[in-house]
Design a binder for this molecule. Structure first.
Ligand code: SF4
Length: 143
């Protein structure tokens, strides 16, 4: 099994690379914490952590086939203030989908069946945020 580990510094460069295409699984880290771990094909197609999705949206694509844009995944001034504090989700300060429950760091928990397709994410809203993201404007509002 080949596993790809990606972080903020190398993530965008790795996505779509030869290394990514050859890997079976991908592990995504944010500030030293695993936020998503799953099969490359599924994580890259429909990430379940907002940070993974932001990495995907930030990666260059000649086919312009990213399912979500950066603007749908970044906080705006219209978003409510996220929970803060030492125990909050590590991504809360950047997450537009944060709710009160995000004041507590979620564990890495399964989002799909066990076995070869074992897939986990550390997000309280792994089922809800993709639909919320699709409802957000895909481009930045004009100033
Ligand atoms: S747990 Fe909350 S703040 Fe953290 S990534 Fe998920 S929705 Fe965003």
């Amino acid at each position: 099994m080949r596993r790809l580990v990606t972080t903020a510094l190398v993530g965008v460069a790795l996505l779509g690379s030869r290394e990514a295409l050859a890997a079976d699984r991908v592990v995504v880290l944010y500030r030293g914490r695993i936020v998503e771990d799953g099969p490359v094909a599924r994580v890259f197609t429909a990430p379940r952590h907002p940070y993974t999705a932001l990495l995907m949206a930030s990666a260059p694509s000649v086919q312009h086939d990213r399912p979500l844009s950066v603007h749908q995944l970044r906080r705006t001034a219209a978003d409510p203030a996220p929970p803060s504090g030492a125990g909050a989700c590590v991504f809360a300060a950047r997450c537009p989908f944060a709710v009160d429950a995000c004041a507590v760091q979620p564990p890495l928990a399964p989002v799909a069946a066990a076995g070869a397709d074992r897939w986990s994410a550390a997000c309280h809203r792994h089922d809800a945020w993709p639909a919320l993201a699709r409802e957000r404007a895909a481009v930045a509002a004009p100033r």
